[in-house]
Design a protein around this ligand. Structure first.
Ligand code: IPM
Ligand code: MN
Length: 352
């Protein structure tokens, strides 16, 4: 197959980790007889520096022409510490999600047998965890009207959801549940928020279309607690944008490192694959960041965007072997030897 992939490395460790994923994808292409064309494009602080805009039109053009987008990370401390900055790297990510219509963010959480003891949580709690968050990605408080009033002394961010936005996300959740253990949890705060009541009402109305799926409704605060107490009790969870952002960071702790968890952002037409972690500025250029979340995101890309499950499996298998053999970066290494980002990438390529 000929595959055109837009490569948006972004900021911080983005370039280093995507470089490893590119090496692995190229090795897969060689092994399975595909031809990948990588089309690099600017995003984030890197794009602000170059053209004054975090998601330039040229980048958007490249993304819509590609078969899929592989994305690194976005964000720079120079903006984090300046609340008055008018243009921010993160705006680029949000604009990209909105313009590409990527309304569903699929974030799996699973454990790796060889890393169970890397998790700060007890083995017996997390063993066998295999859950997926479907986070709504183009609505809610992230995209509602925001601003200041009363001379800047009062600030507001509106949270808005339409029935249609909830329906299309929930539909993906039900469909995913049907391919797994047919359990769906709708995470909301319906005891307080009107948007959450719309979520609950909409999902309840959909239950009749998926009679085999057992649906539970839980408040986000309770889920935050139960997620680390009994992660095994969850399978597919659907939730709004901000709750999903927070809970998926929390869930990554189960696997032992944020550097391991991949994600896919999908819409009707386009799809983008990215690690759930951020740009990790402290590690930039040091060749120490964990590239596996990005490599595993590339596996999701082969499986979902290109419908090539064997290629995806080959990537996951070699990642599992690298972990089992201790070819790990410092976030996982503890007392044992820590490998460099590029060394992990090289090992994966050699062992594919
Ligand atoms: C994520 C990130 C982004 C988000 C930031 C960088 C805007 O934290 O992908 O989870 O909040 O969605
Ligand atoms: Mn986040």
């Amino acid at each position: 197959m000929r595959l055109n992939i837009a490569l948006l490395a972004g900021d911080g460790i983005g370039p280093e980790i995507t470089e490893q994923a590119v090496k692995v994808c190229d090795a897969i292409a060689k092994k399975f007889n595909h031809k990948i064309s990588w089309i690099p494009a600017l995003t984030g602080a890197a794009a602000i520096d170059a053209v004054g805009e975090p998601y330039p039109d040229e980048t958007h053009e490249i993304c819509i022409k590609a078969d899929a987008v592989l994305f690194g990370a976005i964000g720079h401390p120079r903006f984090d510490n300046d609340p008055t900055a008018k243009v921010r790297p993160e705006q680029g990510l949000l604009k990209m999600r909105k313009k590409l219509g990527l309304f569903a963010n699929i974030r799996p959480t699973f454990t790796f047998p060889s890393l169970i003891d890397n998790s700060p949580l007890k083995r017996e709690r997390i063993e066998g965890t295999d859950l997926v968050f479907l986070r709504e990605l183009t609505g809610g408080i992230y995209f509602g009207e925001k601003g200041r009033k009363e001379n800047g002394n009062v600030a507001y961010d509106n949270c808005v959801y339409s029935r249609e936005e909830v329906t299309r996300l929930a539909k993906k959740g039900f469909e995913l549940a049907m391919t797994r253990s047919k359990k769906l949890c709708c995470v909301d705060k319906a005891n307080v928020l009107e948007t959450s009541r719309l979520w609950r009402e909409t999902v309840q109305a959909m239950e009749k279309d998926f009679p085999e799926v057992e649906v539970s409704y839980e408040f986000v605060d309770a889920v935050a607690m139960r997620l680390v107490q009994w992660p095994n009790s969850y399978d597919v969870l659907i939730t709004e944008n901000l709750f999903g952002d927070i809970l998926t960071d929390e869930a990554s702790v189960i696997s032992g490192s944020m550097g391991l968890m991949p994600s896919a952002s999908v819409g009707e037409k386009y799809s983008l694959y990215e690690p759930i972690h951020g740009s990790y500025p402290q590690a930039t250029g040091k060749d120490i960041a964990n590239p596996l979340a990005t490599v595993l995101s590339a596996a999701m890309m082969f499986e979902d965007a290109f419908n090539l499950p064997n290629e995806a499996k080959a990537i996951r298998d070699v990642v599992n072997r690298s972990l089992a053999e201790g070819i790990i970066t410092e976030d996982l290494a503890g007392e044992s030897k820590a490998y460099k980002t590029s060394e992990v990438g090289d090992w994966l390529v050699e062992n594919l």
